[in-house]
Design a protein around this ligand. Structure first.
Ligand SMILES: NC(=O)c1ccc[n+]([C@@H]2O[C@H](COP(=O)([O-])OP(=O)(O)OC[C@H]3O[C@@H](n4cnc5c(N)ncnc54)[C@H](O)[C@@H]3O)[C@@H](O)[C@H]2O)c1
Length: 309
């Protein structure tokens, strides 16, 4: 099987590519190293991948892909995006419309004429916004509270359009905060761990009692592989969560134990665009994809701490 992974040099895309390369498959990675965070971190994500003869990296914009690059591809994993909730306000929304909406539409348009087996779209829990009932199921009405969430929801809707009108076999995965080695440098765990290891203050937005459902990277990869393999799930949307709802304060306490350091927490005003709570109902992914998150939060955090040390 030949796979195409967009955003292959990013956090999730690089782990997914590594998992695919361990099989017999060949992988075309696409990444244009956007300046959302440092290129050297993305280069580090894919350093070992470049040694695989069955891996090719195209340094180009997803919006520029054509049938030529997709020739022979059976499955597309569309991970590329401008990530980050807080930076999506104001002028920088241009990058979100280009990378998350326009690039997705252009890629789907190319895929109309390719005999694809599957197109897996990396969506986000951010499409939900504030929800009344937790855990949230895919049936809840999506009402994002950030421009980023709006852009990810638009990508998801585009996927549905191309499935219903042109049979592009799209499956969307709504990831709930993914963590683990290689996590983006702007994400809370990465910042908290580095601050603890370097004895700097930890800045927490709000009172730290907001909760998140955290998904270990290997579980997110497993969900992608299942979404590509399982038959009869085209056009469906699945929550991908880690299985527990934890407060930010609890996370800090676990990190203090793992690092054997005391955190100097400084509370800051809550940020616009951050929902108060997230918690995924993953029963649909369990029933239809056979997806069950396996990695326990403490073990996952130990792995991330070890990688940052
Ligand atoms: N990390 C999470 O917790 C999380 C949660 C929900 C959803 N997601 C989604 O998962 C996907 C991967 O997230 P991540 O955390 O690995 O982010 P990341 O920023 O580490 O990876 C995204 C990669 O896409 C590349 N990229 C962006 N626009 C591009 C374009 N137009 N052409 C080519 N390459 C482009 C970037 O250079 C980057 O390497 C994204 O779609 C994101 O919206 C992530």
């Amino acid at each position: 099987m030949k796979y195409l992974v967009t955003g292959a040099a990013g956090f999730i895309g690089s782990h997914l590519t590594r998992a695919l390369l361990h099989g017999e498959s060949s992988v075309i990675g696409v990444d244009n190293f956007t300046d959302y965070y440092e290129r050297k971190l993305k280069e580090a994500n894919i350093k070992d991948l470049r040694d695989y003869s069955n891996f090719t990296l195209l340094d180009m914009d997803v919006a520029e892909l054509s049938e030529r690059e997709l020739e022979g591809v059976g499955v597309v994993f569309h991970q590329a995006a401008q990530a980050g909730v807080r930076k999506s306000w104001g002028k920088s929304f241009d990058a979100y419309t280009h990378n998350n909406i326009l690039a997705t539409q252009k890629l789907l348009e190319v895929c109309r004429s390719i005999p694809l087996e599957r197109f897996v779209y990396a969506s986000s829990s951010s499409v939900y916004g504030e929800v009344a009932e937790l855990p949230v199921s895919e049936k809840a009405y999506p009402q994002p509270v950030s421009p980023y969430g709006v852009s990810k929801l638009a990508g998801e809707h585009l996927g549905n359009l191309y499935y219903y009108n042109y049979d592009v076999p799209v499956v969307s995965l709504r990831y709930f905060t993914v963590y683990g080695p290689g996590q983006r440098p702007d994400m809370a765990f990465n910042i908290f761990i580095r601050s603890l290891l370097e004895d700097r203050p930890l800045y927490v937005f709000g009172n730290g009692e907001q909760t998140r459902d955290f998904t270990y990277i290997d579980d997110a990869v497993t969900a992608n592989l299942a979404a590509a393999d399982v038959t009869g799930v085209e056009g469906k949307i699945f929550n991908v969560g880690g299985g527990s709802q934890v407060t930010v304060n609890q996370i800090i306490a676990i990190l203090e134990e793992i690092t054997e350091r005391k955190a100097r927490v400084e509370f800051q005003p809550p940020q616009k665009g951050d929902p108060r709570h997230t918690f995924a109902d993953t029963s649909s992914a369990r029933h239809l994809l056979g997806f069950v998150p396996r990695v326990d939060l403490r073990y996952g955090l130990q792995r991330q701490v070890a990688s940052l040390k």
